[in-house]
Design a binder for this molecule. Structure first.
Ligand SMILES: [Ca+2]
Ligand SMILES: [Zn+2]
Length: 259
């Protein structure tokens, strides 16, 4: 009897000890009180692909498309995406275009992929996300062991584009939102149940079959800038914040988002 009581107590203590370290998924907040999310009025979220990819364009385009498709396929989440042509941009910019670009002007040499998320600190609404793949690394689309896989990296980065944050726990290693990557890795191409649950938490399917409006953070009368770069006076740049997320090569530590 005494034994059973003791093991029960140990069990309870263990649950309390472990609970804070075992998030199934994590939402991005940046500096906002609201979790970062796209408003459903901007569905499908469109994206442009660099005209200068590190592998043949058709293979790159295919890998990018698969990355977005993995998230769009989540059954109980409403966000959708659409390819919208190419871009010759080389740097991230708050310009109303979500661009997949190559470059090595990233936050450190160990950063393989980096997402630039422009959002409203008042509502958490995301307006623009650019994703940069570090051009200093060798890239492939076939899981080559000594190269970085485009689809693997981008599926993780599109998770950020949707509003999901990195995970760093031992138990998170198989998840797409795990914050480290390695050469030849392809396991992030496919979502784990926790990745899907995270997306569904941000973009729930409501009982009416419609869209939940993005984490309940929208609907506060915020005006969505239709064309943020047009020099419109309706945008106060003080309200638009930039969140950087890093996908680092394995075993090298980063402090994500500096917060
Ligand atoms: Ca942009
Ligand atoms: Zn990340």
């Amino acid at each position: 009897m005494k034994h059973r009581f003791l093991s029960l107590m140990i069990g309870i203590v263990l649950v309390f000890l472990l609970a804070p370290f075992s998030d199934a998924y994590k939402l991005e907040y940046g500096e906002s009180d609201h979790n970062l999310h796209w408003s459903s009025i901007n569905f499908p979220v469109t994206y442009r692909i660099t005209i200068a990819p590190p592998v043949p364009f058709s293979a790159f385009e295919q890998a990018v498309g698969e990355s977005f498709a993995a998230w769009q396929a989540v059954k109980n989440a409403t966000i959708t995406f659409q390819a919208s042509g190419t871009t010759d941009k080389k740097e991230p910019a708050y310009d109303g275009e979500n661009c997949i670009i190559m470059g090595n002007n990233v936050s450190g040499p160990d950063v393989v992929g980096q997402a630039y998320i422009f959002y409203s600190v008042d509502t958490g609404e995301i307006f623009d996300v650019d994703i940069m793949l570090n051009s200093s690394y060798p890239w492939a689309t076939d899981g080559s062991p000594k190269k970085m896989d485009v689809q693997d990296t981008l599926t993780h980065e599109v998770g950020h584009l949707c509003g999901l944050d990195d995970l760093y726990g031992k138990e998170d290693r198989e998840k797409t939102m795990y914050g480290y990557i390695d050469y030849g890795e392809t396991k992030k191409r496919t979502l784990e149940p926790d990745d899907e649950a995270g997306l569904a938490a941000i973009y729930p399917v409501t009982s009416s079959g419609g869209n939940g409006g993005g984490g309940g953070g929208s609907g506060c009368g915020t005006v969505t800038p239709a064309s943020p770069s047009a020099g419109s006076g309706s945008i106060n740049f003080l309200w638009i914040f930039l969140l950087l997320t890093f996908l680092g090569i394995r075993r090298l530590l980063f402090h994500p988002q500096g917060r």
